[in-house]
Design a protein around this ligand. Sequence first.
Ligand SMILES: [Zn+2]
Length: 159
Amino acid sequence: MTERTSSTHSLQAVVAKRFKTFLAANGLRQTPERYALLKAIYDIDGLFTIEELSEQMDIRRFPVSTATIYSAMQLFVQANLVIRHPFSTTAAVYERISDDRPRCYQICSNCHHITRIKSKELAKGVTTFRPRRFTPTHRVAYIYGVCPKCEKQQAKAAV
Ligand SMILES: [Zn+2]
């Protein structure tokens, strides 16, 4: 077992425990579907849509209805285990959040293409910033702009 695999396993355990506490505190049922979805989500390192999650469940031979996925996603968001990104795309974009790592994204305002920014400098700034009288639970940064492809097209159109 690699170190990465074992850290993913312990994260899975922590998240399952947090979700169990959340369900119990809110008087909600513990269903195998909800735990299977949460496990699948925490195996995805990055962004996903409901459709992609549904495909993932089919691959795992644990098909779950779209209605069940939607209602479970609301619970994961409420439990602070998943965030729904406010990207201006048609399909809602989600991501696991409970691993204390900052998320930084650049989004093209024209074609809505999303790219993760892998900058240690930005990650450090986002992580170390201490808001006044406000306790951060997770940290996400968005930078909107124009991607190189759209910039090229816009330059062409201007000629
Ligand atoms: Zn673009």
